[in-house]
Ligand binder design. Sequence first.
Ligand SMILES: [Zn+2]
Length: 149
Amino acid sequence: MDPLTLHLTTLQTLLHWSIQARPNEACGLLTRTRLVLAFNDAERPDLCFLMNGRIRQEVCLSDDSPYQWGGLRPQDAYMLWHSHPRTWAMPSPEDVILMRQTRVPMVIVSLVPTVPQVCVYILDEEIPTRIRKVQEYRTSSLQSSGGVL
Ligand SMILES: [Zn+2]
């Protein structure tokens, strides 16, 4: 599996957490074996997110193909994720800054469309000022739908 492909369970969990956090942004990270929901410690969590490392909830991934990224150790972040309750799944200027600082892929869950959208972005390896969308998912249901995304 492409290392930037999100499992169905991952998509369902991120979507569930994003809907629960509305109208605020949900945020967290993915490690090789865990999905983490962090507290959004921003002053205006409805407008942006800030992670101070306080974990709200964690899910272990039991998939055969845990996420991998470069030489990161399992406890390291593999991707960051957050939700956009009121905007599309495009990185904001602040999101791009964070991507440049962390250099890890970013997952954005947008609750704007009727069918929620999940996109994965990375920094372009050749042109670091540019970001590239590498995955896009639409999912209408939190129920297992046999991979219909
Ligand atoms: Zn954002």
